[in-house]
Ligand binder design. Structure first.
Ligand SMILES: CC(C)(COP(=O)(O)OP(=O)(O)OC[C@H]1O[C@@H](n2cnc3c(N)ncnc32)[C@H](O)[C@@H]1OP(=O)(O)O)[C@@H](O)C(=O)NCCC(=O)NCCS
Length: 152
């Protein structure tokens, strides 16, 4: 029912805009990391319609003493298609690819409003809640992949 595949960064912008930054411009939905080396973007399609997106880039969070880290950015599922497994399916797809590349950790700045979602996907919280203007409270969430030796 859901088709998961890599997509071009430009395809993520409309879902990012509707879901994540409705009060900002489409221009604000373009991230500096979108075209970075090794960055990739994944979409979930329901009956041919793009309903969920997320983006992944190589970025090191200094709190994690591990060289090979990926960051998850701009995770968003259209309201009418939530709780159908779209977000989980595309993150799982990305994790497989990231593991294949020999990377050991996936982390994100997660909105505290959806911390439960990341927990369901096996992410753990790290550190204190912080403000991420103009969006609001966030917390670092991370997930060890493969044979990662970092422990908290
Ligand atoms: C968070 C979000 C991406 C989840 O997408 P989704 O496609 O509905 O997620 P899934 O259907 O794959 O859910 C996977 C699991 O998480 C749970 N879940 C989904 N949203 C949740 C939430 N807001 N809080 C707690 N659990 C949640 C689901 O029930 C499911 O649980 P299960 O293990 O029992 O099956 C979506 O709600 C969204 O776009 N929210 C607004 C934007 C946002 O906050 N993005 C994150 C920015 S950091």
């Amino acid at each position: 029912m859901l088709e998961i595949r890599k997509i071009e960064p430009e395809m993520t912008y409309s879902v990012r805009h509707i879901v994540l930054r409705p009060h900002q411009t489409v221009e604000d939905c373009k991230y500096d990391t979108d075209h970075q080396d090794n960055a990739f973007h994944v979409g979930a399609f329901y009956q041919g319609e793009l309903v969920s997106v997320a983006s992944f880039c190589v970025e090191k969070h200094l709190d994690f003493p591990i060289k090979k880290q990926y960051r998850l950015r701009a995770m968003a599922t259209l309201k009418d298609f939530r709780k159908l497994g779209a977000g989980r399916s595309l993150v799982n797809y990305a994790e497989d690819f990231i593991k294949e590349q020999g990377f050991n950790i996936l982390w994100c700045k997660g909105r505290t409003t959806v911390q439960g979602y990341y927990s369901r996907l096996g992410f753990k919280a790290h550190g204190e809640v912080f403000d991420y203007p103009p969006i609001g409270p966030h917390i670092i969430m991370y997930k060890k992949l493969g044979s990662c030796c970092y422990s908290t």
